[in-house]
Ligand binder design. Structure first.
Ligand code: GDP
Ligand code: ZN
Length: 317
């Protein structure tokens, strides 16, 4: 074979390889051999996950950090996940027992619904802020769902939520008990893959039952002694609602450790800081002179509470 021929042959081989790579990219089931099927992860447990493919639900050995909501390639014969497909969004937190470990709460979600209550358990704006930061980082849209509005004593109880609405975050008011506001919540979720997340006892399971009475998920009393609520759900579960929404209900949490958010990143997740330029482009809005954000807080254009929350979270990173 002449040098020219060898060169030509090599070029053709390279081209064939490129085309195969391209075909595999567009047809994921080709990637891990013919016996692989595409599926959707609907439950994750220690070492296993349940994968939905068509109408079949199969328990498979999981692969690395497979998360609920993941799209995967799995082998039905070997009952094994072979590959996790690229995620459109990833909602993560820091493992509560190991600060160096990422815990993926859910993958490929469209909306993170942070369910809160005002009185029982009491509202924790710091936790809302953490969810909003994690949601901003995930790539999903945020929604704050205020449940138990039947327990409100006066309209003033809702004041702490104003800064969120003012910065363009959708806030839905509802009550799983009276049914008030549920249509608005259902509309916001229709056709989307959503996550219900929040403090335990805020009524996530009750809301799902109210949205679809056929679900009959177990709920628990908010304990009177500490008003912190008990943990009913210990792992995430996925439900399909009549309006085409898919909801991942997550275990109630008390603390939310931000994953891979740096001090320099943090300000990006506060939309209300935009449009208030500072003398330094990398201003942390704390000690620097000529800080537009601090001036806006003093002038009442940015919520004092949100700003103080920002400074607290900044100090924790
Ligand atoms: P989860 O931990 O977030 O899933 O909360 P649950 O759904 O288990 O609810 C905790 C408690 O709050 C239960 O006793 C529910 O009956 C109660 N609860 C849920 N939603 C409402 C509501 O809209 N109004 C009132 N008054 N109580 C509610
Ligand atoms: Zn500044």
């Amino acid at each position: 074979m002449s040098r020219e021929e060898r060169k030509l042959r090599k070029a053709m081989q390279e081209r064939a390889k490129r085309e195969l790579r391209k075909a595999r990219k567009h047809a994921p089931e080709m990637r891990a051999g013919r016996s692989c099927t595409a599926g959707f992860v609907v439950e994750v447990g220690p070492g296993f996950c349940d994968v939905l493919s068509g109408h079949d639900r199969l328990r498979c050995r999981s692969l690395g950090e497979v998360a609920i909501g993941d799209r995967v390639l799995f082998s039905p014969e070997r009952r094994r996940v072979e590959e996790i497909l690229p995620r459109s969004t990833t909602l993560s937190r820091t493992d509560p027992h190991n600060p160096h470990l990422e815990r993926v709460i859910a993958a490929n979600i469209d909306v993170v619904v942070n369910v809160v209550s005002i009185n029982s358990p009491p509202l924790r704006p710091g936790l809302i802020d953490r969810y909003l930061i994690a949601t901003g980082k995930s790539g999903a849209a945020p929604l704050v769902c205020v449940n138990k509005i039947d327990l409100l004593e006066s309209a003033e109880d809702l004041h702490p939520l104003r800064p969120y609405e003012e910065s363009g975050i959708q806030v839905v008011l509802c009550s799983a008990t009276t049914g008030e506001g549920l249509d608005g919540l259902a509309d916001a979720l229709a056709g989307k893959l959503c996550v219900f997340a929040g403090h335990s006892g805020v009524g996530k399971s009750s809301l799902l039952n109210a949205l679809d009475p056929r679900l009959s998920i177990a709920t628990s009393e908010v304990s009177e002694a500490n008003e912190k609520g008990r943990h009913t759900t210990t792992s995430s579960a996925l439900y399909r609602l009549p309006n085409g929404a898919t909801v991942i209900d997550t275990p109630g949490i008390r603390e939310f450790g931000l994953w891979a958010v740096t001090k320099a990143d943090l300000r990006r997740y506060y939309r209300e800081f935009d449009g208030h330029p500072c003398a330094f482009s990398d201003c942390s809005h704390t000690h620097e002179p000529d800080c537009g954000v601090k001036a806006a807080v003093e002038a009442g254009k940015i919520s004092q509470a949100r700003y103080e929350g920002y400074v607290r979270i900044l100090g924790s990173l």
